[in-house]
Design a protein around this ligand. Structure first.
Ligand code: SAM
Length: 465
C-alpha cells in the first residue's frame, strides 16, 4: 500500500521488505526478505540467513504473521556453512554493527567445562528457532548499522514527548547521523493522509558528512520514508535550515551536534547576524533569509550534548537569543538483571584448590535431581505458572549498582517447587558510568506578538465585556 513498514507493517511479512530477525534476546538482525526467485548464490532454498542457531531460508520467513517463530531448516546446512553469505547472522552483522558476541558466548559458559564438544552440544541444544519481527524504531535502534553515536530509545521517547512531537508536527533535526532518532521522530509526526487544512507531519533532517548523507538517503528510500523525511546535505552552522529557499515552518527542533550554539542563531524568528548567513561549506548560502520556524506557534527545542561545558555554552546562547523555559535533564536509564542464585547447589568451586571428590559428587547428584524435576514439570499442565507469578509478585526489586537479594528461599527449603523458583532472587544494576549518554537541554521560543496581533486580539476578546 506504499506506507513504510515502520508505520504500517501489515499483518504478514512480505517479499523485498525489511524484517528484524531476533536471534537471541539482544541479538537482532535486519534483513530484506527475498522471494524464492532470481539470484540466490546457488542455494536451492533461495537466500538463506546462517546463524549459530541454524540456517533460515528466506522462503520459510515469507508471508507469515509478524512475531512468528521460525524453525531452523532441516536441510543439511553443511554446504551453506562453508559458503557463508554476507548476511550471516553473527560475523557479518557484528562487523557492520559492532554488536557484542556476548549472547553467543553465554551459550558456551552455560556448559561446565568448555571442551569444543560440550560447547557444540550446548549450541545444538539451544539452537533451532528465531523470531521474525516487524521493523519499529526501537528495534531499528538496536539493530541498525552504526555510523555514529546514536540516540537510544529511553532518550528519544522522552525528547519527543517534551518537544511535543505529535501527528501533524513538523520537526527539524540535525545531524542525522545513523538515523536512529529520525525513525522515532517520523513515526511520532506521521498523520497519514491529513484532512483539508491540516498540515502533514514531516521531518526535515540535515547532515553535513557526505558519506553518511548518501547512506541515510538510501536507507530512507529502502524504508519507504523518503517522502516523510526530507534529508538535506548541509553544514547547518553556516547554511541554516531553510530548504529550497522555503521555510519548513517547524514546530519542534532536535539538535544532536557538537556545537549547538553555532546552529541556534538560524533557529530564530529574525534574520541572524551576517557572520552566520555566509560561507556555507556545502554551497547552501542563504541570501534571502527565511525563518525556519512556524510563525504561528511557540517552538520547542532540545539539544543533546555529552559534556556539561557544551550545555553551558548552549544555555548561554539560548538566553541571548530569547529562548525561555530552559532546563536540563539527564535520563539515567538502568537495566536491572534479575536471576536466581541456587544456594543449595555448590558449583562455586575454588578453581581446583580445595575441592574434594565429595563436593563434585554432591554437585552432580544435585544437577541430576534438578534435571529430573525439570522433566517432571515439563510433562505437567501449565498451571505451575500461577505459582511462579505469585512468588515473583512477593519479590520486590532491590537496590541498584550492587547485587541485592530478596524474596527467595534456599533451595533445600523449596524441594517440591519448580526448579526455576529455587534460590534467592539476585538483582544487579549496571554500573552508573555505562548509563550516561548525554544532557538534554530543553527550551521554548515563544511566537512573535506584534501590535497588530494585540489589536486583533483586543477585537476578538474584548477585555471587561
Ligand atoms: N542523532 C543521530 C542518531 O540518532 O543516529 C546521531 C547524530 S551524530 C552524534 C552527529 C551528526 O551530526 C554526525 O553525523 C555529524 O556528521 C553531524 N554534524 C556535525 N556537525 C554538523 C553540521 N554543522 N551540520 C550538519 N551536520 C553536522
Amino acid at each position: 500500500n506504499g506506507v513504510s513498514p515502520f508505520l504500517d507493517p501489515g499483518p504478514h511479512t512480505k517479499a523485498n521488505s525489511l524484517a528484524i530477525l531476533q536471534l537471541s534476546r539482544d541479538n537482532l538482525l535486519p534483513v530484506y526478505l527475498k522471494p524464492l526467485t532470481g539470484e540466490h548464490d546457488g542455494y536451492a532454498e533461495g537466500a538463506v540467513v546462517n546463524t549459530r542457531y541454524g540456517s533460515f531460508p528466506h522462503s520459510t520467513m515469507l508471508n507469515v504473521p509478524w512475531g512468528s517463530q521460525i524453525r531452523a531448516s532441516k536441510v543439511d546446512t553443511g554446504s551453506r556453512g562453508r559458503k557463508r553469505k554476507r548476511e550471516d547472522g553473527d560475523d557479518a552483522f557484528r562487523e557492520a554493527t559492532g554488536a557484542s558476541e556476548k549472547d553467543n558466548e553465554d551459550l558456551a559458559t552455560a556448559v561446565t567445562g568448555d571442551s569444543a564438544a560440550a560447547v557444540k552440544q550446548a549450541v545444538a541444544d539451544t539452537s533451532g528457532f528465531i523470531h521474525v519481527l516487524p521493523p519499529t524504531p526501537e528495534l531499528w535502534t538496536t539493530s541498525l548499522p552504526h555510523r555514529t553515536q546514536v540516540v537510544y530509545t529511553p532518550d528519544y521517547s522522552y525528547i519527543l514527548h517534551r518537544i511535543r512531537a505529535r501527528p501533524g508536527s513538523v520537526l527539524i533535526e540535525a545531524g542525522a547521523g545513523s538515523g536512529s532518532f529520525t525513525h522515532a521522530a517520523v513515526r511520532a509526526v506521521y498523520n497519514g493522509y491529513p484532512a483539508e487544512g491540516e498540515r502533514k507531519g514531516k521531518v526535515f533532517s540535515f547532515e553535513f558528512h557526505e558519506q553518511r548523507y548518501h547512506k541515510m538517503k538510501q536507507e530512507l528510500s529502502d524504508h519507504g520514508l523518503d517522502e516523510l523525511v526530507q534529508l538535506t546535505h548541509r553544514d547547518v552552522y553556516n547554511g541554516g535550515f531553510a530548504v529550497d529557499g522555503k521555510s519548513p515552518e517547524a514546530d519542534a527542533v532536535f539538535l544532536d551536534l557538537p556545537a549547538p550554539w553555532e546552529a541556534l542563531p538560524h533557529l530564530s524568528r529574525r534574520r541572524p547576524a551576517s557572520s552566520h548567513v555566509n560561507g556555507s561549506a556545502t554551497g547552501n548560502e542563504q541570501t534571502d533569509w527565511v525563518s525556519p520556524l512556524n510563525p504561528n506557534k511557540s517552538v520547542y527545542l532540545c539539544t543533546f550534548s555529552p559534556c556539561i561545558e557544551q550545555v553551558t555554552r548552549t544555555v548561554s546562547a539560548m538566553r541571548r537569543l530569547g529562548w525561555v523555559d530552559i532546563d536540563m535533564v539527564e535520563i539515567a536509564n538502568r537495566k536491572l538483571h534479575t536471576s536466581r542464585e541456587r544456594v543449595g547447589l555448590n558449583l562455586n568451586f575454588d578453581r581446583g584448590v580445595n575441592n574434594s571428590a565429595h563436593d563434585v559428587e554432591e554437585a552432580i547428584t544435585r544437577l541430576a535431581e534438578i534435571e529430573a524435576r525439570f522433566r517432571e514439570h515439563a510433562a505437567k499442565p501449565r498451571d505451575g505458572d500461577e505459582e511462579m507469578d505469585s512468588a515473583d509478585e512477593a519479590a520486590e526489586p532491590a537496590g541498584q549498582n550492587s547485587a541485592a537479594t530478596n524474596g527467595g528461599t534456599p533451595a533445600e527449603a523449596t524441594s517440591g517447587t519448580a526448579p526455576w523458583m529455587e534460590g534467592r532472587l539476585i538483582t544487579r544494576g549496571e554500573p552508573e558510568i555505562k548509563t550516561h549518554t548525554s544532557y538534554l537541554v530543553f527550551a521554548v521560543l515563544p511566537r512573535e506578538w506584534t501590535e497588530e496581533d494585540e489589536a486583533a486580539a483586543a477585537v476578538k476578546f474584548p477585555v471587561g465585556k
